[in-house]
Ligand binder design. Structure first.
Ligand code: SF4
Ligand code: SF4
Length: 73
């Protein structure tokens, strides 16, 4: 079953300061992304989620996110 992993970017804020979801996910589905990786503007940095068909629905990302920004659908 395909899993949609929704990140609430308003709650997440600047993911460069946290990265817990990137570190906890065993299949490494979370990516740190900015359209301009030279920019220091926190508003343009995002965690993107790729290859969601590899998600095991373990729930570790939801549990580890300190801002309750991640939802599995
Ligand atoms: S539920 Fe588990 S496998 Fe799926 S994105 Fe979260 S940490 Fe990764
Ligand atoms: S764990 Fe939550 S707050 Fe931290 S980078 Fe990931 S989505 Fe953002």
């Amino acid at each position: 079953m395909k899993t949609d992993i929704i990140v609430d970017y308003d709650k997440c804020g600047d993911p460069r300061e946290c990265k817990k979801c990137l570190q906890i996910c065993a299949p490494a589905l979370f990516l740190l992304y900015s359209p301009d990786d030279e920019s220091d503007d926190p508003d343009i940095w995002r965690v993107d989620v790729a290859f969601t068909d590899l998600c095991t629905r373990c729930g570790d990302c939801v549990e580890t996110c300190p801002k309750e920004a991640i939802t599995l659908v």
